[in-house]
Design a binder for this molecule. Structure first.
Ligand code: AMP
Ligand code: GLY
Length: 444
């Protein structure tokens, strides 16, 4: 089978790495991919959003399965185009992708189908939004309606911060058209967790629960990023809670969408706050998480391609009957190394040292995100050599697998010590929150 993966980040490297282990697969392509992905796949000079060009390639090359990483091509309708030609694609249609692309759509759907989430109000006029904040007070959370690369959410501690957020989003349009409408919602307290799985619009296969670390500095300080690291399984989601989340959140959404006439096939990601009143939805994503995927895929012991294929065929019920979904005997941690300045402006082209040393380490894998492979730039003892340079904000996801989260953390940080590039930054506390929960007992 020939598989094409769309995207260029650490998530796509993890997908390609896992797909390469499948017995069903002969060849993998990635559009556009990155320096690290070149090891397992042929990278194409086609961007993730160039739907026409992707389609042309898939038809010419007779690709059997296309797997979409990021949300943008889904929101632009890549799956709809593929379906017109009867081509297999893993990822929801444009209408279904509204679940992520429009926070208004998602909140209204949750309300209609009784899915627990923070109380909210929608505004398309800044004066009314400000009047509401004056009346209601803080803390509260201001969300731009549309896609803003995970940055369109402002948690306001004070009334002034909230008002400023409204002005920035609706008047100054810091997130462009994404800020035409906003959602203002109640602030929720608790522990965050991500539940990611796949659905064929009837059945849901849940993957190990995970936790992301969104802020750029240790102890959750500094601005939000795309994600600085993740670990899995997240012990805050034990088996009972996992069942409750499936029943009260996931199936209600899938069934709700179906009632609205929307078939959903692909990855479904629920960002949750586990509050003292139970799990509540912060957001839905219509794709795998980044960097959660890097921490999840090393844990699963079945063939990922079988899962993706069964999703596209609408046969997840059958898949579930035959595949063991047990992952509680291991833990995985992914720490993201970023370029200096990220999530703001950053430089590219810094040489990355030490990757060869880490390659020798057992149960460590480095998923590349913003990297580029440079050929022929150096010659060692007369033989051809290559090197990797930085080419993005999030550069690498150093990932360690072990029996417990504690061991996985130690192993991962040992590996990171061997890697270096100018201005490299990473958080030193990834996974630390899990340790308190581990003492309480995991997966029980
Ligand atoms: P989102 O993109 O909607 O998941 O929001 C990004 C981050 O903002 C989340 O990971 C939370 O840390 C925070 N957040 C979003 N909504 C809320 C809320 N209602 N209460 C508290 N924190 C929130
Ligand atoms: N890690 C957060 C996301 O993928 O949206």
């Amino acid at each position: 089978m020939k598989v094409l993966v769309i995207g260029s980040g650490g998530r796509e490297h993890a997908l390609v790495w896992k797909i390469a282990q499948s017995k069903l697969v002969d060849k993998i392509f990635c559009a556009p991919g990155n320096g690290g992905i070149l090891k397992q796949a042929e990278c194409l000079d086609i961007k993730a959003e160039e739907i026409e060009r992707i389609l042309e390639f898939v038809r010419k090359e007779k690709i059997d399965l296309t797997v979409v990483g990021p949300e943008a091509p889904l929101a632009k309708g890549i799956s709809d185009e593929f379906r017109k030609y009867g081509l297999k694609i893993f990822g929801p249609t444009r209408l279904a992708a509204q679940l992520e692309a429009s926070k208004v759509f998602a909140k209204e759907l949750m309300k209609k189908y009784n899915v627990p989430t923070a109380d909210f109000k929608i505004f398309d006029n800044p004066e009314e939004a400000i009047a509401y904040i004056e009346e209601k007070g803080a803390p509260c959370v201001i969300k731009a309606e549309g896609l803003a690369q995970g940055k369109g959410v402002i948690v306001a501690k004070t009334r002034e911060e909230a008002i400023q957020a409204v002005e920035m989003i609706m008047e100054k349009r810091i997130f462009g058209e994404a800020g035409r409408r906003i959602v203002i919602e109640d602030y929720l307290e608790g522990e965050e967790a991500s539940i990611i799985g796949v659905t064929d619009s009837r059945e849901f296969v849940t993957l190990p629960p995970s936790q992301d670390h969104k802020r750029v500095f240790d102890n959750d300080a500094g601005p939000n990023t795309g994600g600085m690291g993740a670990y899995s399984p997240a012990p805050v989601v034990n088996r009972d809670l996992s069942n409750k989340i499936a029943e009260e959140i996931i199936y209600r959404i899938i069934d709700g969408l179906a009632k609205e006439g929307i078939e959903y096939q692909g990855a479904l990601y629920a960002g949750l706050m586990i509050t003292k009143d139970g799990p509540k939805v912060l957001e839905f994503n219509v794709r795998f998480g980044d960097p959660e995927t890097q921490a999840i895929l090393p844990l699963i012991n079945f063939d990922l391609v079988e899962l993706l294929w069964a999703t596209c065929e609408g046969k997840l019920t059958k898949f579930k009957k035959f595949v063991s979904l047990d992952w509680n005997d291991r833990a995985c941690v992914c720490v993201v190394c970023t370029a200096k300045g990220y999530p703001g402006e950053y430089e590219k082209g810094k040489i990355i040292y030490g990757l060869d040393k880490v390659e020798e380490m057992k149960d460590i894998v480095v998923f590349h995100a913003g990297t580029k492979k440079e050929e022929d730039t150096a010659r060692i003892n007369g033989t051809q050599a290559h090197r990797f340079v930085t080419n993005g904000g999030r550069v690498l996801g150093v990932t360690g697998l072990a029996k417990t989260i504690k061991e996985a953390i130690d192993k991962t940080y040992k590996a990171i010590e061997k890697i270096h590039f100018e201005g490299m930054h990473y958080r030193r506390d990834i996974g630390r929150r899990a340790l308190n929960w581990e003492l309480v007992g995991r997966g029980k």
